[in-house]
Design a protein around this ligand. Structure first.
Ligand code: GH3
Ligand code: MG
Ligand code: MG
Length: 313
């Protein structure tokens, strides 16, 4: 463990340095608070510090204050070691940020034990910090996993529904429209039957990739709604804009030219239904109603021969 000894009395400094090395510490020294401050700033690791009070340039109390004010998250255990033994001085030293206080002349065995206490505290703090960071990372990953579809890596239905609710509230406040596109791959059962389930999975990934890259304005969200059905949320987009996006999705997917011998269209295509709502005007409506309207439009697109887009009436 790193130990910095700060004292302007060079004799005392070298005496302490020698003992601390014998106790197994990695020792550095500084002749005043200012020098110590420079050294400490360069060290991100946990550090024990023994500091004298009265020193030129910057005294020990000022050094403690600076460390606690400017590096509150760094792991520093500070032992103040000084001739000032008045109870008020001890209180002032601890109030300034020291963790422990010893008076000179120092009893070496006592100093060694108090350093061990400091080392123990820093070890605990370090373990706690490492564990907290690990937990935060795991937590972020879990959040990501509950929101993302495992096969296609775009949002899943759960996340989509949450975002619909959020955007609905925002649109009510901002008096803006919200639009949805529901898409379904045409003749996908036949695609699986012809090429097998694994090739079917690859096709779903390609379609999802097109949705995510095409509906890419800030706030847009492409999701796998289930099976071979996808949904795209377009906040602050009116029906004209939504029809344009839906058509570009449809044409980009047929443009992939994924062979589909079981389809009359010979390549993989999608049908899409779109719906737009103004939540601030339509009190009886909800995201679920909007979804249902888009779904009904999708049904009409299927009935009209597939590979096309229909708008909710
Ligand atoms: P339509 O043109 O009317 O939409 O017909 P369709 O065959 O696409 O529709 P249907 O609902 O009859 O079939 C959907 C197919 O999607 C059946 C199912 O096996 C397939 N499917 C659903 N989820 C997955 C998946 O995760 N991977 C693969 N490979 N296929 C899936
Ligand atoms: Mg289908
Ligand atoms: Mg379907």
């Amino acid at each position: 463990m790193k130990l910095l000894i700060v004292d302007d009395d060079t004799l005392n400094l070298s005496h302490l340095e020698r003992s601390a090395r014998e106790w197994g510490y990695e020792v550095e020294t500084a002749g005043n608070g200012f020098e110590a401050w420079e050294t400490i700033q360069k060290c991100p690791d946990p550090m024990l510090i023994i500091v004298d009070w009265v020193m030129p340039k910057m005294d020990g109390v000022e050094l403690c204050r600076r460390l606690r004010a400017f590096q509150p998250h760094n792991l520093r255990y500070i032992i103040m070691l000084t001739v000032r033994s008045d109870k008020n001085d001890i209180a002032a030293g601890l109030d300034a940020g020291a963790d422990d206080y010893l008076t000179k002349p120092v009893h070496l065995k006592e100093l060694q034990s108090r350093l061990s206490v400091g080392r123990r505290v820093l070890d605990y703090q370090y373990k706690l910090e490492t564990l907290t960071e690990e937990l935060l990372r795991t937590n972020q990953e879990l959040h990501r996993m509950v929101a993302i579809d495992g096969l296609t890596s775009i949002a899943n239905r759960r996340h989509f529904e949450q975002r619909c609710e959020e955007e609905w509230r925002r649109a009510t406040r901002d008096e803006t429209p919200v639009s949805l596109i529901m898409l379904d791959i045409d003749y996908f059962k036949k695609y699986n039957d012809t090429y097998g389930h694994l090739v079917g999975d690859e096709c779903l990934k390609q379609v999802a990739g097109i949705l995510a890259s095409t509906a890419a304005r800030a706030g847009d969200l492409a999701a796998r709604y289930g099976g071979e059905e996808f949904a795209v949320l377009l906040p602050n987009t009116d029906s004209v804009g939504t029809a344009v996006v839906a058509e570009s999705l449809r044409s980009a997917i047929s443009g992939l030219q994924i062979e589909h011998s079981g389809s009359p269209l010979a390549v993989v295509t999608v049908s899409a239904g779109i719906a737009t709502a103004y939540p601030c005007r339509e009190e009886s409506q909800s995201p679920a109603v909007l979804l249902e309207r888009a779904d009904r439009a999708l049904y009409r697109a299927k009935a009209a021969g597939r590979n096309n887009v229909r708008q909710s009436v």
